[in-house]
Design a protein. Structure first.
Length: 148
């Protein structure tokens, strides 16, 4: 069987096992160590026929360190049991910290959309005095929510 080596993996004619898609030209490949374990000497592992078997054998995982808004370190372990775990949805599913950040981002985008489409609010924000009164009102509401 003829084999051609290209970015994205090996492509064989009439490939029977799981397909590996080519890396699209508008994508970037990021490669890094997927475990905190020290590198072992190379070993030949026979009998692994599917990606699932490879993931089950090697059990790749990595400890990641995030920094929150206050500069505090947040550590989490990410485990990879399929190719889908490397995508944004797979990583978000595992990371409480990233899900929280995603929720905050979504909330800010919703608020930004409201600001752009609300003419009355835009008028208030364009007037410095009304803007300051609005900010003060928001601070009072925030304080009430914190105390509740």
């Amino acid at each position: 069987m003829e084999e051609e080596v290209i970015i994205g993996g090996h492509v064989r004619e009439r490939q029977v096992s799981e397909a590996i898609s080519l890396l699209p030209m508008n994508k970037t490949l990021l490669a890094q160590k997927l475990t905190n374990d020290p590198p072992a000497s190379p070993e030949i592992v026979k009998g692994l026929k599917t990606l699932k078997e490879v993931f089950e054998h090697y059990k790749p995982k990595v400890e990641v360190e995030f920094e929150d808004k206050e500069g505090k370190q947040v550590n989490e372990d990410l485990n990879f049991s399929s190719v889908g775990d490397f995508g944004s949805k797979g990583v978000l599913k595992q990371s409480t910290f990233l899900r929280t950040m995603q929720s905050e981002k979504d909330e800010l985008f919703r608020f930004m959309k409201i600001l752009k489409s609300n003419k009355v609010l835009q008028k208030v924000l364009n007037n410095p005095e009304e803007k300051q009164a609005y900010i003060e009102q928001l601070k009072q509401i925030l304080e009430q929510v914190k105390n509740a």
